[in-house]
Write a protein of this length. Structure first.
Length: 96
């Protein structure tokens, strides 16, 4: 989402794309980037109820950032959007 776009319009379009791109329920991959050694990783994991499987945490080449990937079975596009909305409220998180 660009900074000028209305969030409601963005999420409505995103929901349509999700509905058309795969079957639900289905696996969905979330990707986030945060600064290394930050508490954002824990906050992000809490959004997924601290999953033990389907989680990958990778450091950048200079260890300044970490990439968190979480792959989970999601019930619907609205469940995916809810995660993204909650993640966007965490300061310092880049959503891919």
């Amino acid at each position: 989402m660009n900074s000028k776009e209305n969030p409601d319009v963005f999420y409505e379009r995103f929901q349509k794309q999700l509905e058309e791109s795969q079957n639900w329920p289905g696996l969905y991959m979330f990707k986030f980037i945060v600064k290394s050694n930050s508490e954002q990783i824990d906050k992000l994991k809490e959004l997924f109820k601290n999953p033990s499987e389907g989680v990958s945490l990778v450091n950048s080449s200079k260890n300044k950032f970490q990439s968190l990937t979480v792959t989970l079975e999601m019930k619907s596009p609205m469940d995916v959007i809810e995660i993204y909305k909650n993640a966007s409220a965490i300061e310092g998180v880049i959503i891919l």
